[in-house]
Write a new protein. Structure first.
Length: 231
């Protein structure tokens, strides 16, 4: 008999790892090539979410820079190139991430990843952080799958893990993650408070909010007990 939940699917940036340092380096190098001033890392943190293209657009908007379509596309390609070359120099796992993944795996829970970051870069990051083997399915925000909050990519991960939406939880850090989980009709969504959301995560409508990933196994057990009590 499979445990409940049978699967837990994670967001990446702001949830499992803090990647702002490397994102800021690649973004600021791209801006420099356009003759624009760099953004401090704290400012970049408020721009993360929705993928690299969204990050670039927010950075350009802050400068009031409107590029012709061709130049905008060239800048986006350059940002992707620079970031793909060095995605894991400054990035770090949040405390408790690796231990929590091991604990869930030992409990027989299938683990997946659904991110708006390109899949290849995501795999490179996971490999560099030593947690790539934890995931049975990885969905990036490139290819033919629309980005979150569209639920298509998340549902693809659920299917690849051999789970059902009604037996799957998501762990994220943003309103986009909440919207994606709800649209996919997952059993629940847990948010971490250490991520990149500008709005306090306690106001985003999650089933539970935790302050660190080391709290996740207890949160999962609590949601399982809540479900059992309602049965």
């Amino acid at each position: 008999m499979r445990p409940w939940p049978s699967a837990v699917i994670f967001d990446l940036d702001g949830t499992l790892l803090d990647s702002v340092g490397d994102l800021a380096v690649a973004l600021n190098a791209t801006l420099a090539e356009l003759g624009l001033a760099p953004h401090p890392q704290d400012k970049v943190r408020t721009m993360v979410g929705g993928g690299l293209a969204k990050l670039l657009d927010r950075a350009l908007a802050t400068h009031g820079a409107a590029l012709p379509d061709a130049a905008r596309d060239q800048a986006e390609a350059r940002l992707f190139q620079l970031y793909a070359e060095q995605p894991a120099v400054l990035s770090r796992l949040y405390p408790g991430a690796a231990q929590t993944l091991r604990a869930l795996d030992h409990a027989g829970i299938a683990l997946g990843l659904c991110t708006n970051k390109p899949a290849a870069i995501s795999r490179d990051l996971l490999q560099a952080m030593g947690i790539a083997d934890s995931f049975g399915a990885i969905q990036g925000g490139d290819g033919d799958s629309p980005k979150k909050p569209d639920p298509a990519g998340l549902l693809r991960v659920v299917d690849e893990l051999g789970a059902e939406p009604s037996t799957t939880l998501m762990v994220g850090d943003s309103m986009s993650d909440v919207q994606t989980a709800r649209a996919a009709k997952l059993a629940g969504i847990v948010l971490v408070s250490h991520g990149y959301s500008v709005t306090p995560v306690t106001e985003l409508g999650a089933d539970m909010v935790i302050d660190g990933l080391e709290e996740l196994p207890a949160a999962v057990a609590h949601l399982a007990a809540r479900r059992e009590s309602r049965a």
